[in-house]
Design a protein. Structure first.
Length: 104
């Protein structure tokens, strides 16, 4: 029985890993999100308006993209002078950094 429990645990862990990667790749399949990553990888932090202006998309669309990237821990945010500034998360998981490194 113990062997079956280990096999089940392994499959469960692999499924969780596949599900996680599915979410990551779905999030990265949007060209504007990749542009946001590229823009912020140049260093510094920008607010929604600054990112929207750089990418020539609406602030509303930019906010939606930022929320998705933030929820994946790709971005970090800091409130400053009434604005939220976004930058790449320097503590994001190593596997994310490895994948994102291909888009810079």
């Amino acid at each position: 029985m113990e062997q079956f429990a280990r096999i089940g645990e392994r499959w469960y862990n692999e499924f969780k890993n596949m599900k996680r990667w599915t979410i990551v790749f779905k999030a990265l399949s949007n060209v504007n999100r990749l542009k946001i990553i590229r823009l912020l990888s140049k260093g510094g932090a920008l607010n929604v308006g600054g990112i929207a202006e750089e990418l020539n998309i609406s602030p509303k669309a930019t906010s939606k993209h930022l929320i998705i990237l933030h929820n994946l821990d790709v971005l970090e945010s800091v409130g400053k002078e009434g604005h939220v500034l976004y930058s790449l998360n320097t503590k994001m998981p190593r596997d994310f950094r490895r994948v994102l490194g291909n888009f810079n």
